[in-house]
Design a protein. Structure first.
Lengths: 193, 192
């Protein structure tokens, strides 16, 4: 069977061409794009890199930062390249409720878009990460980072306690654990004196 | 001793961070590669720009939750079918841009047909066309005519046989061309 050619290439009238051509270039506005990225925690390579750098400062100290950055980048690259293997073995997943079945298509979604939780589940609210909850997790951890940047480890730990109370097994709990280490490391020298 | 324990914990956490960083990188790539296609398709299905962004975002949040379950190479199909599923269950028709019932023949006096797109109304006219088109037909039309996907690609994405893609495309084209013709004639009539 011969595949038809798109109207724009063959057979469209001038008017049809104008209609089709006008909507082809439509894109989300920078504001909408930025909003989507923020909600998804995709704050851009630079912001993300600085966030990772802040975490490493707490873990390895300034003198070992260069080595740690190289290590992390290598870990990330290996992580990306070995994702298929990881999927087969360790099932790397952001979702605690992920099943062991590899799926190619999305599940049928019945909830309206305005409903925060996309899939009904009897699990604890913190495990049923909706957009609003993920957003709240991101905001809480942003506050932790802000406290650390201001040099207030105690405030960061308080925020982390709030985070863990609100999300005992949140999607970003591992990042929270790293931030806690960082905050604890910053507070330790003062208590040792 | 304490520092040794901390170092071990740190190593474990760094490995975890590596896996999470890889997941985030994958999500970032998925966002860059596919969000415009999904947003644009939702727009053509009648969602406002804001609602299309919310729905796109919701599809990505679901993908983030199930990232480990999405086979490499199936990201677009997962995101697309999730977004379409969300849009279908949404109050799409009621959320369409507030269009008049006879919009396809309601025109601005004095506007020549060839000036339509220059007056930034082509998008609105396309909304009018698709407001009266079956969403299944509109989806195939958008993917083929506007996004440049082939019939087999659409079949995989929408999960229908290639033959069904062809028949939906034929019907969608007929609908589009009839509506475009009515609009064009209506504008021409304004000039008489």
């Amino acid at each position: 069977m011969k595949e038809p050619k798109p109207l724009l290439r063959e057979g469209a009238s001038d008017f049809e061409r104008q209609l089709l051509g006008a909507v082809m270039g439509e894109r989300p506005s920078p504001q909408l794009r930025s909003r989507m990225r923020r909600t998804l925690g995709l704050t851009g390579p630079l912001a993300w890199a600085s966030s990772v750098k802040a975490m490493l400062m707490g873990l390895a100290g300034k003198s070992a930062l260069g080595v740690a950055v190289v290590g992390l980048v290598a870990t990330g690259v290996v992580g990306v390249r070995s994702m298929q293997a990881e999927r087969d073995e360790t099932r790397v997943s952001l979702a605690p409720e992920a099943t062991a079945v590899v799926i190619e298509r999305a599940p049928t979604v019945r909830e309206p878009v305005t409903t925060p939780a996309p899939q009904k589940s009897a699990k604890a609210p913190e495990q049923n990460a909706s957009g609003g909850e993920l957003r709240e997790e991101i905001l809480l951890l942003d506050q932790v980072r802000a406290a650390l940047q201001q040099g207030s480890a105690a405030a960061a730990l308080e925020q982390l306690d709030r985070y863990h109370q609100r999300f005992p097994s949140g999607i970003l709990s591992r990042e929270a654990a790293l931030l806690r280490q960082q905050a604890a490391a910053r507070r330790a020298p003062r208590t040792a004196r | 001793m304490a520092s040794a324990t901390m170092m071990i914990e740190g190593t474990v956490d760094e490995v975890s961070l590596g896996a999470r960083a890889a997941a985030r990188i994958r999500l970032e790539r998925m966002f860059r590669a596919h969000h415009e296609l999904i947003w644009r398709t939702l727009r053509r299905l009648g969602l406002s720009a804001d609602l299309a962004a919310d729905t796109t975002q919701q599809a990505y949040l679901i993908a983030a939750e199930r990232l480990g379950d999405i086979r490499a190479g199936s990201e677009r199909a997962f995101l697309f079918s999730t977004a379409i599923g969300l849009a279908r269950t949404n109050f799409r028709r009621s959320q369409r841009c507030q269009l008049e019932s006879d919009m396809d023949v309601h025109v601005d006096p004095g506007v020549r047909a060839e000036q339509v797109t220059n007056r930034c109304s082509a998008m609105e006219l396309m909304d009018r066309v698709f407001a009266k088109t079956d969403p299944d037909l509109a989806t195939v039309f958008v993917l083929f005519e506007l996004e440049g996907l082939s019939a087999p690609e659409i079949a995989q994405l929408v999960d229908i046989p290639v033959g069904t893609v062809a028949s939906r495309l034929r019907r969608a084209r007929a609908t589009f061309r009839a509506a475009a013709r009515r609009m064009e004639l209506a504008y021409a009539g304004q000039l008489r």
